[in-house]
Write a protein that binds this ligand. Structure first.
Ligand SMILES: C[S@@+](CC[C@H](N)C(=O)[O-])C[C@H]1O[C@@H](n2cnc3c(N)ncnc32)[C@H](O)[C@@H]1O
Length: 284
């Protein structure tokens, strides 16, 4: 009869497997995924007694490692991801929130922290990263969260319930601003902005597992931003703010599109922490 490996042995073989499979940061990924499978923290994994695993624990760990080796993103395997200061449920129904989107959150919170009862809409909410995070920080705000994908909206709703803000969120399925008739104080959107032709070059963890509709923005990546800003005059008023996460090479184009639709607005493009154009600030 063969005995199950110890935690240490499993950790070592997991690192070897993930390294061979070209998984990003294989040591970290191995430790995070094993801790998840064993239902302990990473610190407990590293510090705890290195005794043999139960057959159930081993089966769970092997299953999760197989998923990583097959190119599934770590956030889908463990089922959650930290974003700004919240922990969000993540799965294949929606894009995994990215750290560069936190620039938009910071800007919004600076402007709206002291505003009484702002009405906010987040278009293309995905797992609800922007909508839910803003709602947790702005207890006086109401937030409409929309997406073309009903599956993404289900996940966003689960995140709102988990973070206890669901009562102030209004989820709607539809394209761009179609589901919105109200006049907004803040409109946020991180819409798909990858050129169609760049899709084949994205990482396999993205192409094989994240929803394509969360990335593809037409021949120049700007179709959705164009559509949104064309219709946006209907849902904002002087004094409203529009914050858009944009592609790193889209700053000049987005400025031009914003000025066409809002000739009197102040438009500014702000860089992310990597110094790349990332946030369009449109003050109406
Ligand atoms: C880049 S993801 C952003 C997700 C989330 N807001 C975030 O920042 O992590 C873009 C989202 O836009 C949604 N989407 C794509 N086309 C859309 C459309 N025409 N109208 C509304 N949402 C759309 C996708 O389903 C996806 O959830």
């Amino acid at each position: 009869m063969t005995s199950t490996p110890s935690r240490d042995q499993l950790r070592e073989t997991a690192i070897e497997r993930l390294t061979a499979a070209d998984v990003d940061a294989p040591r970290l990924a191995a430790e995070v995924v094993l801790a998840h499978a064993l239902e302990i923290t990473r610190t407990q994994l590293l510090a705890g007694p290195a005794g043999p695993l139960t057959p159930d624990q081993l089966a769970r760990a092997q299953h999760d490692l197989d998923r990583l080796v097959n190119g599934e993103p770590l956030a889908y395997v463990v089922g959650h991801k930290e974003f700004y200061d919240v922990d969000l449920l993540t799965d294949a129904r929606a894009l995994i929130p990215r750290p560069e989107t936190e620039c938009l959150i910071e800007h919004a919170l600076k402007v709206f922290a002291d505003r009484p009862a702002p009405l906010i809409a987040d278009v293309g909410t995905g797992c609800g990263a922007i909508a839910v995070t803003l709602a947790t920080h702005l207890p006086q705000a109401k937030v409409i969260a929309t997406d073309l994908s009903p599956e993404a909206i289900e996940l966003a709703r689960a995140n709102a319930q988990r973070l206890d803000v669901a009562a102030r969120l209004d989820f709607r399925v539809g394209s761009l601003l179609e589901p919105i008739t109200e006049t907004l104080d803040l409109l946020t959107a991180n819409l798909p902005y990858i050129d169609d032709k760049d899709w084949p070059y994205l990482a396999r963890t993205i192409r094989g597992h994240e929803p394509k509709m969360a990335f593809i923005g037409g021949p120049d990546g700007l179709d959705l931003v164009r559509g949104l800003l064309r219709d946006a005059p209907r849902v904002v008023r002087p004094g409203s703010l529009i914050l858009l996460e944009i592609g790193a090479y889209h700053g000049d184009f987005v400025t031009e599109i914003a000025q066409q639709n809002f000739p009197h607005a102040r438009v500014e493009i702000k860089p992310d922490y990597a110094g790349l154009d990332r946030l369009a600030v449109i003050e109406i």
